[in-house]
Design a protein around this ligand. Structure first.
Ligand SMILES: [Ca+2]
Ligand SMILES: [Ca+2]
Length: 450
């Protein structure tokens, strides 16, 4: 069976060398606020994990992990999760790059030189449109990618709907009629976009995409205000959000972004303080208070792929759970909260719980926090960096409220968009993506960081 401590009271001071007298003192000072009668009411009736099957495999084995909880939300929405998996599989198929149908010449580049097949086709009066095939289309597809097509186009020499949409997108961006047909004007614009030179394979374009015209340059200075802290939520435009995201990467030591890598960035609100009403704290626990946006890294910069940010929550949807370890020995499980920071998650979903993203390494959550008095707020000794957590996943929650005992959740529709965006962003086919969590003052209750 599991080796967690849910049935074994555990003094708070034994789990870590850093758990000194001061930490214990803070726990004690906190205790009076943990009056049992003040325990929030959000858990019993609505706790989706009350009857969850406890994990029986993958229990931590090394001593360092003993006592940490499998902060995994089990058993919820099993049917809809399965349906979502099937749906995501269909979506993934629809979003996969167009398969290559022929061998690519080893020296092939997105060629817009006069001697290229594309140039010869255009100069010969053969505009390229949907249904066209051959080397000229391959040149076109590579040139579109080199010019920053997103999502990128499969280079297969087949002018299909994705290539057509990429052409239209390129035409719109360059003030041309978006008819999806490549004639002399579009070809010339492609030449200009690619610097008038045939781009070398795997060489970044010399210029990064500029913000859309007439979009005021957002000022991200002052946005990042501290370690994991930001002053506001996401901006209204993609350009603003991209600048905010880049500021967050810099502040978190993640600059420059790795080309081909996906970055999921969440800005969530602080919980109300412990002095807020129980109703206020309940409402927060049952709300999606954050937003997540997904970016891909290209030419050393970020490009937003998700459009409007997804609703999300970085806090548990409940205050108590029998599935959580009892770290302070009061006989009740203490739910984990993760800190703002940088985390790596596997790109592939699966494993325990099904259609979920799992952390690459549970050691990332060594410095999590535990809500030992079950008030939905992390303060005092609860924020000590001696509380480990594990299996903090990213998964689908309920439609109107998070469904988790520590994982990161999104409503079903947002989670589907999130998964799609991650696939679009992971252009390098990497096995993991970067998840950055930042928090900001609560819209109603102000700042309450830990
Ligand atoms: Ca406890
Ligand atoms: Ca608390």
């Amino acid at each position: 069976m599991k080796t967690d401590n849910t049935s074994r009271p555990n003094p708070p001071s034994v789990s870590s060398p850093s758990a000194g007298a001061s930490g214990a003192a803070r726990i004690e000072r906190n205790a009076p606020t943990a009056a049992p009668q003040a325990a929030p009411q959000v858990t019993p009736a609505r706790d989706p994990f009350a009857n969850a099957v406890r994990p029986t495999t993958n229990a931590p084995t090394e001593p360092a992990r003993q006592g940490i909880q499998r902060d995994i939300a089990l058993g919820q929405n099993a049917q809809s999760s399965t349906a979502a998996t099937a749906q995501s599989a269909r979506t993934r198929t629809a979003n996969m790059p167009e398969p290559s149908t022929g061998a690519t010449p080893p020296d092939f580049v997105g060629d817009t030189r006069p001697s290229s097949a594309l140039a010869q086709s255009i100069q010969g009066g053969n505009n390229l449109r949907r249904g066209a095939e051959g080397p000229a289309v391959r040149d076109l597809q590579q040139a579109l990618n080199q010019a920053g097509a997103r999502p990128s186009v499969g280079v297969d020499g087949d002018f299909g709907p994705r290539t057509q949409e990429a052409v239209r997108s390129f035409q719109r961006q360059h003030g041309l009629d978006a008819d999806g047909v490549v004639g002399p004007r579009t070809f010339e614009a492609l030449q200009r976009a690619n610097g008038g030179q045939p781009p070398a394979p795997n060489t970044p374009a010399p210029n990064v995409p500029a913000p859309a015209p007439n979009t005021p340059a957002p000022d991200a200075s002052g946005f990042v205000t501290g370690n994991g802290r930001v002053s506001s939520g996401w901006g209204d435009t993609s350009a603003q959000r991209t600048q905010q995201a880049e500021a967050l990467l810099r502040a978190n030591g993640q600059w420059p972004p790795q080309n081909g890598r996906a970055y999921a960035i969440q800005i969530d609100q602080d919980a109300p303080s412990a002095s807020a009403s129980q109703t206020a704290r309940n409402n927060f626990a049952r709300s999606y208070s954050g937003e997540t946006s997904v970016f891909r890294a290209e030419n050393g910069r970020l490009v937003e792929v998700s459009g409007d940010p997804m609703r999300s929550a970085s806090h548990p949807g409940q205050f108590r759970s029998s599935a959580s370890p009892d770290v302070n020995g009061d006989g009740r499980g203490d739910v984990a909260h993760i800190r703002p920071g940088v985390y790596d998650y596997n790109t592939r979903t699966g494993g325990k719980g099904g259609n979920r993203y799992n952390p690459v390494d549970d050691g990332q959550f060594r410095n999590s926090a535990r809500d030992t008095n079950g008030d939905g707020v992390i303060d005092g000794g609860e924020a000590d960096r001696r509380y480990s957590a594990s299996a903090i996943q990213i998964h689908m929650g309920n439609s109107n409220s998070p469904s988790s005992i520590g994982c990161q959740t999104m409503p079903p529709a947002d989670y589907s968009r999130f998964q799609r965006a991650l696939r679009d962003a992971n252009t390098g086919g990497q096995g993991s993506f970067t998840y950055i969590l930042a928090r900001r003052p609560n819209d109603t209750h102000g700042a309450n960081p830990y």
